[in-house]
Design a protein around this ligand. Structure first.
Ligand code: 5GP
Length: 179
C-alpha cells in the first residue's frame, strides 16, 4: 500500500465488481435505445472509472471527454471554465456523464445544463463516488458506485495536487500529507 494512505476505503476488487453491476444496469436501461449513446467523461479523475466501466457495457457506445475546472482553483466554487470541450456533436444524443465523485454537485449540474442546452436528447449521470453530505446543488446521479462519508479521498482517478490518481483503490490520505 502507498505509505501516504491512512486506510483503504474501497478495494480494487470491490470497484471492479461494482462496475460490472453498473454496466448491467446501464445496458438494461438503454436496451433497444434507437439513438447514439455517448459516454462523456470529465477529465482527469473519471478516466480509470470510465475504462473499467465501459469494458463491461455490451451495447454500442461512443466516448468523448471534457475538461472543466472551477475559476477558483481547488475548491469547487461557482462558475466553471471549459478547458477542453467535446469533439462530437451532442444534438439528439443520449449522454451518460461520467464523474469520479459528486461533492457539492456544482460541476455536474453546470455541465448537465450545458449539454441540455446544446440539444442532447437526454443526460444521465454515472459516478464512482457520491458524497451526499456535501451537496449544495440538488442533483442526484442516476448510477452511483459507492457512497462515501465527508472525508477527502484519493485513488482510482481522484487526486491530491495531481498525485495518487494511479492508486488502484480509493483511500484516505494521512493528515500530514495535506496539513
Ligand atoms: P463538485 O462540483 O461536485 O463539488 O466537485 C466535484 C469535483 O471535486 C470532483 O470531480 C473532484 O475533482 C473534486 N472532489 C470533491 N471531493 C473530493 C475528494 O474527496 N477527493 C478528491 N480527490 N477530489 C474531490
Amino acid at each position: 500500500m502507498n505509505p501516504n494512505i491512512k486506510k483503504v476505503l474501497i478495494s480494487e476488487e470491490e470497484i471492479v465488481k461494482r462496475c460490472r453491476e453498473l454496466a448491467k444496469d446501464i445496458d438494461r436501461d438503454y436496451a433497444n435505445n434507437p439513438r447514439k449513446v455517448l459516454f462523456v467523461a470529465l477529465l482527469k479523475g473519471s478516466v480509470p472509472f470510465l475504462s473499467e466501466l465501459i469494458k463491461r457495457v455490451e451495447m454500442d457506445v461512443e466516448i468523448d471527454f471534457m475538461d472543466v475546472s472551477s475559476y477558483d482553483g481547488t475548491e469547487s466554487i461557482g462558475d466553471i471554465k471549459i478547458n477542453k470541450d467535446l469533439n462530437t456533436s451532442v444534438k439528439g444524443v443520449d449522454i451518460i456523464l461520467v464523474e469520479d465523485i459528486v461533492d457539492t454537485g456544482r460541476t455536474l449540474s453546470t455541465v448537465k445544463k450545458m449539454l441540455q442546452n446544446k440539444g442532447a436528447n437526454s443526460v444521465k449521470i454515472v459516478t464512482l463516488l457520491d458524497k451526499p453530505s456535501r451537496r449544495i446543488i440538488d442533483i442526484k446521479a442516476d448510477y452511483i458506485g459507492f457512497e462515501v462519508e465527508n472525508e477527502f479521498v484519493v485513488g482510482f482517478g481522484l487526486d491530491f495536487n495531481q498525485k495518487y490518481r494511479n492508486l488502484p483503490y480509493v483511500g484516505v490520505l494521512k493528515e500530514e500529507c495535506y496539513k
